[in-house]
Design a protein around this ligand. Structure first.
Ligand SMILES: [Fe+2]
Ligand SMILES: [Fe+2]
Length: 231
């Protein structure tokens, strides 16, 4: 019977993977930034604002819907709940610092404060990466394991619906294609197949092309190709 099935946590793991992968990518990107990259860094900052919003939405859903529901079923979650919400606060602060550093770096491009801004942006990205890594792995250990025991698949899906009502449509517009961008082709096909036809069409025709445009500045330029030997 469906109600006996464990929750499917693969989308939750995938969202954490997307957060970690992009925190790491941001670190590489600011470390490789050049004073001539001002325009590209502005575009990265625009992408980052959406990434930051998606992480805030993720935490809002956890704190407003998922953690309280788990606490009600499993009071032994109380201590871990306090730790996780404390990490959310640290993470929110580091997201702000990384945003400000990225903005500072973009405006310093070609100017005298470039070196200082670049050093700060590298530190801010590393601090962000560290807390995202620590938090998501801790949550997978202490909360995901409890979700499996406390909820049926149907109940967990219902919590997901309640969470979407809290965070609103922007969760679909950015977070949908963002998370799918980090999925393997098999994961992407399976996740999309579970969506209504209208949403799949929206994804292919609008959301995915839009996300590709927004995230294009994250691609580091390839080094110049080596000249081919003369024939
Ligand atoms: Fe969390
Ligand atoms: Fe999470």
């Amino acid at each position: 019977m469906t109600t006996q099935l464990e929750p499917d946590l693969r989308p939750s793991y995938l969202e954490h993977r997307a957060m970690r992968a992009d925190a790491e990518r941001l670190g590489r990107l600011v470390a490789a930034a050049q004073p001539s990259d001002g325009e590209r860094l502005e575009a990265v900052a625009a992408w980052y604002a959406r990434y930051e919003g998606a992480i805030h939405d993720h935490h809002t859903a956890e704190e407003a819907v998922v953690y309280p529901a788990l606490l009600e079923r499993d009071p032994s979650f109380a201590r871990a709940d306090g730790e996780l919400e404390g990490q959310h606060r640290i993470l929110a602060d580091r997201l702000t610092v990384a945003r400000e550093s990225l903005g500072g770096l973009a405006s310093a491009a070609g100017g005298p404060s470039w070196e200082r801004e670049a050093a700060e942006a590298v530190l801010a990205a590393a601090a962000l990466r560290e807390i995202i890594d620590t938090h998501t792995r801790h949550e997978e250990d202490v909360a995901f394991s409890r979700y499996r025991r406390a909820f049926t698949a149907e109940e967990f899906t219902e919590l997901g619906r309640a969470a979407w009502k809290v965070v609103g449509a922007r969760a679909v517009v950015f977070a949908g294609p963002w998370v799918l961008d980090h999925a393997t082709p098999q994961e992407r096909a399976r996740l999309l197949a579970a969506q209504p036809l209208l949403l799949r069409l929206l994804h292919h025709l609008w959301l995915r092309p839009r996300y590709r445009r927004i995230s294009r500045p994250l691609q580091l330029p390839s080094p110049p190709a080596a000249p081919r030997p003369e024939a």
